[in-house]
Design a protein around this ligand. Structure first.
Ligand code: MLT
Ligand code: MN
Ligand code: ZN
Length: 306
């Protein structure tokens, strides 16, 4: 088994940093290009073993810009058959939210790749006919079983597993269940020579099964959407709590920092960070608090080798 290369393409949550219509405290600094707040695109990573073939995990609305700024993802040559090429040979989705699927529409142009997701997430794409631009016979849609290993790249063993979550925002119904366990929201496990590496950009809570699974992991990239549950409300930019959006907040006795304390994880990295989150301000108290607890705050272009 060789070492895994993991590239953070977008460390922001839905909306990115700054968000197009936002003047919260963090976005105001970002709009001013203040050095304390890096701009971040929406949520996506890419994973490779050899640096030549890449698995894209989630397809953010900014996927074209993300490809442009990361030379690893540039086309290398003209393929004999199609005249086109991309190092991205597979795409995996962790849920059906806009920040994770909208980029699929930019991956058209007759480029073959495998599209991996649970049956429930595939059914959301099938119900939205605009995704038919990923034409049958070009893009191979592969349904994933939970906890069933598969190899999206030669030699790379991957599993998806359920985490507490909810259905995509635009699929919500009055009987919506927050923290549901099923096919709607999954985490991803990559097996590398360093051990297991997890990517969990959306998670509504920690439970015993998840805590057990993550214990001793080499690295976990985890949902860092909000610092505190009522953050969108106190920032004056929304009416929903983090819980209502299906995200476990970072701080507090029930937050992710506390939940990870006993888990003995090698590297702990926050991803999917909402633009209201003060950990994005590099000299903030909140940033110092997460770093003191052993967490890293992901940024676009961050490369993790394990
Ligand atoms: C989320 O993570 O809660 C969603 O990305 C929200 C959204 O789609 O705007
Ligand atoms: Mn999201
Ligand atoms: Zn903002």
């Amino acid at each position: 088994m060789t070492r895994l290369r993991l590239l953070v393409l977008g460390a922001g949550a839905g909306g990115g940093v700054p968000q197009w219509n936002c003047r919260c405290r963090v976005c105001t600094l970002a709009w001013a290009n203040d050095g304390r707040v890096r701009h971040r695109t929406q949520s996506s990573i890419a994973v490779s073993l050899n640096g030549e073939e890449w698995l894209l995990v989630n397809a953010a609305p900014e996927v074209l810009a993300q490809i442009k700024t990361n030379p690893q993802l540039h086309p290398r040559h003209q393929d004999g058959g199609t005249g086109r090429h991309s190092p991205i040979s597979s795409v995996l989705l962790t849920n059906g939210d806009i920040d994770h699927v909208a980029g699929l529409l930019s991956l058209r142009e007759s480029q073959p790749f495998d599209l991996y997701a649970t049956e429930e997430i595939h059914s959301i794409l099938r119900a939205n006919r605009v995704f038919d631009v990923l034409a049958e016979g070009v893009v191979e849609r592969r349904a994933l079983g939970l906890d069933t290993p598969f190899q999206p790249l030669a030699g790379l063993e991957v599993r998806v597993f359920p985490v507490p979550g909810k259905t995509a925002l635009y699929m919500e119904t009055p009987d919506l269940e927050i923290g549901a366990i099923g096919q709607a929201t999954v985490g991803v496990e990559f097996l590398s020579e360093a051990g297991s590496i997890y990517y969990i950009p959306g998670c509504a809570g920690m439970n015993d099964a998840l805590a057990q699974r993550l214990t001793g992991a080499a690295a976990v990239l985890f949902d860092g959407t909000l610092w505190q549950d009522d953050e969108m409300i106190t920032a004056g930019v929304g009416k929903k709590t983090g819980h209502r959006m299906g995200h476990l907040s970072i701080s507090g006795p029930d937050g992710s920092m506390a939940a990870f304390e006993a888990l003995d994880v090698g590297r702990k990295i926050f991803v999917h960070i909402n633009n209201t989150n003060p950990v994005l301000i590099e000299d903030s108290q909140e940033r110092r608090a997460v770093e003191a607890a052993g967490w890293e705050v992901a940024y676009d272009g961050m490369e993790v080798r394990l």
